[in-house]
Design a protein around this ligand. Structure first.
Ligand SMILES: Cc1cc2nc3c(=O)[nH]c(=O)nc-3n(C[C@H](O)[C@H](O)[C@H](O)COP(=O)(O)O)c2cc1C
Length: 211
């Protein structure tokens, strides 16, 4: 894994407990370098998604992918499925993806409550794999689901979930002022005791206390 340039050191997590380097160093940029992503790296990212755990091993995730240097038309089609705000910066990313989930189990057609969870897990695995390879990933809830459906003739039973921008880190100068600021702002998180409970809702777990 490559280390972040000094200008982006603020982006490295400041964890209270040791975590993997890829967890600490992953963050979601909006500035991407004008450098294509090697197809082998795209395949490795998708392979990491493939081997993600899922409820009943349903593997409800699906992905659309387009690399600008390989197929500019496919890339533009995918870019057009994002909200305008996200298009403004995601157009810097050399690779775009769109994630989907299948709403029902294939075996019995019963609703798969965990399908959105599982596509999120697959995208997280893909993201950490990307981080290990020196790439950056920025997921986007800001998509236009109706445009996605009509552009790709998405079959019934599949829901568009999130856009995904992928590439090498770029110079924040390419962004608008507001977007530039967030490229170097420190990343913040809730503390563990705000979301890990034991015994009752809101009761902090003694497991979180270090000796
Ligand atoms: C499912 C999902 C949807 C997101 N949607 C957007 C989005 O539409 N636009 C955007 O600029 N960032 C989006 N983000 C990025 C988050 O804002 C970002 O992950 C969060 O602020 C934490 O920052 P970090 O990823 O750099 O740690 C999204 C992230 C996720 C995981």
């Amino acid at each position: 894994m490559q280390t972040l340039p000094a200008s982006h050191e603020t982006k490295v997590a400041t964890p209270d407990h040791d975590v993997l380097d890829v967890v600490a160093q992953r963050w979601s940029p909006r500035a991407f370098a004008d450098r294509p992503v090697e197809p082998e790296k795209i395949r490795r990212m998708l392979e990491a998604a493939r081997w993600t755990m899922s409820s009943y091993n349903e593997q409800p995730w699906r992905y659309l992918v387009a690399a600008r240097d390989r197929d500019p038309d496919a890339y533009e089609r995918l870019l057009g499925c994002l909200t305008e705000g996200n298009q403004s910066w995601a157009q810097n990313a050399p690779v775009l993806m769109m994630s989907f989930y299948k709403t029902a189990f294939s075996g019995n057609d019963q609703p798969n409550r965990c399908a959105p969870h599982d596509v999120g897990a697959a995208s997280a695995a893909m993201t950490l794999q990307a981080t290990e390879m020196g790439l950056f990933v920025h997921q986007m809830a800001g998509i236009q689901p109706d445009v996605v459906r009509s552009t790709y003739d998405v079959p019934d039973g599949f829901e568009p979930m999130a856009g995904v921008a992928v590439g090498y880190l770029g110079d924040p100068e390419m962004l608008s002022d507001g977007q530039q600021a967030s490229e170097t702002e420190p990343r913040t998180r809730k503390s563990l005791d705000e979301f890990v409970f034991q015994g009752g809702w809101g009761e902090p777990s003694p497991l979180l206390k270090t000796a």
